[in-house]
Design a binder for this molecule. Structure first.
Ligand SMILES: Cc1ncc(COP(=O)(O)O)c(C=O)c1O
Length: 355
């Protein structure tokens, strides 16, 4: 029996969208492929409020993160770390031999613009990585305000992991001046994992031509060269592209404003519930709009609760991540999840816990 996913990725995929994955194969050098690519392109640009090319990666989000730091750091990168995925970005940067430093905060504390200002004023950096929405903690860093600070340093590129935010919360890529913003499609896009997207600024593409190549599969100049022909350099996951195109069409007919409002409403419902029965992990003012990390103040048996929800209600939520496993649990309210489904989930948790 399928367990309905309320996990912060992968998220629940609608049956109509799953069917798109079974579209008969086409050849990736045929004109119909380029039509599909171009179609997706325009829609992604709308979702991301950008005129920048939005490149497609046949990989999960980690591949696009690797692409950003291997192609766009000429001097030194600052990795802002306040959770598991921002820590991963530091590991990817060091792992690829890219010069970098880490600025680390406790996991429940948001990165503040003045902290970024202080770090960048050293003049050591030409790129900075940030996770917009930390899926490990349910914390949203103040991206717009941080972007304003980064914009004061014209040589510094802002590289943003918006993996569990994109398509669930607004991202004004061009207005905020984000050079690289990426996401995997298994979160708020509500598609199966295996494809990532990233909007890349013109100046980032320019710099990527001057940085000695550190990768082949994720080489931005090569990807951009193919992009200009509405193609990808290697054979992409075409089934994913059909599903993405259909999903983008549905998202745009829902309307991005309405989609974002639905996410905000679901977040408010879960946050109110969490505050009533438990507590919320990140500091107030920085709670995620797409998932909530609930603090286990009642010392409940978290794995037991998750198992009962799955076995008896066919609903799947997630335990806390890494060091905060069992001390927290996570409820995702993103993608195509509707308000009544979230309310139903909360009622089911109440009944499992006898609340
Ligand atoms: C914020 C964030 N960044 C990066 C990743 C890594 O993504 P993937 O597993 O798609 O490579 C995840 C996965 O959950 C994530 O939530």
């Amino acid at each position: 029996m399928h367990k309905r996913l309320f996990t912060p990725g992968p998220t629940q995929v609608r049956a109509e969208i799953l069917k798109e994955l079974a579209t008969p194969q086409i050849h990736h050098r045929a004109p119909e492929f380029s039509d599909l690519y171009a179609d997706i392109q325009t829609k992604l640009q709308t979702v991301l409020s950008t005129k920048n090319p939005v490149l497609l990666f046949t990989s999960s989000s980690t591949g696009a993160m690797e692409s950003a730091v291997t192609n766009l750091v000429a001097k030194r990168c600052l990795n802002l770390v306040n959770g598991a995925f921002s820590k991963r970005w530091h590991e990817i940067t060091t792992g690829n031999g890219v010069p970098c430093d880490v600025f680390e905060l406790p996991w429940n504390v948001a990165v503040k613009p003045e902290m970024v200002d202080e770090q960048l004023s050293s003049g050591k950096y030409d790129a900075v990585t940030l996770v917009y929405n930390e899926t490990s903690t349910g914390l949203m860093n103040p991206l717009e305000e941080i972007a304003k600070v980064v914009a004061r340093y014209p040589d510094v590129f802002l590289l943003v992991d918006a993996v569990s935010g994109m398509a669930g919360v607004p991202i004004e890529t061009d207005t905020w001046g984000i050079d690289f913003v990426l996401a995997g499609v298994q979160k708020a896009f509500a598609l199966p994992a295996g494809l990532a997207v990233a909007a890349v600024s013109e100046r980032a593409l320019e710099r990527s031509k001057t940085v000695p190549s550190r990768s082949y599969y994720f080489n931005l100049p090569l990807m951009h060269k193919s992009h200009l022909k509405n193609q990808t350099p290697s054979t992409p996951s075409i089934p994913h592209m059909y599903a993405l195109n259909a999903q983008l069409k549905d998202m745009l007919s829902e309307g991005m404003e309405r989609r974002f409002a639905r996410h905000a409403k679901m977040a408010a419902i879960v946050q109110t519930w969490a505050k009533k029965h438990f507590d919320i992990f990140p500091e107030e003012g920085y709670w995620s709009q797409t998932l909530t990390t609930v603090v286990n103040t009642r010392e409940i048996d978290v794995p037991g609760m998750i198992k009962t929800l799955a076995d008896e209600y066919n609903l799947r939520i997630a335990n806390g991540y890494g060091d905060i496993k069992n001390k927290t649990f996570r409820i995702a309210h993103m993608g195509d999840t509707q308000i009544d489904e979230i309310e139903g989930l909360l009622k089911a948790i109440e009944s499992v816990l006898g609340l």
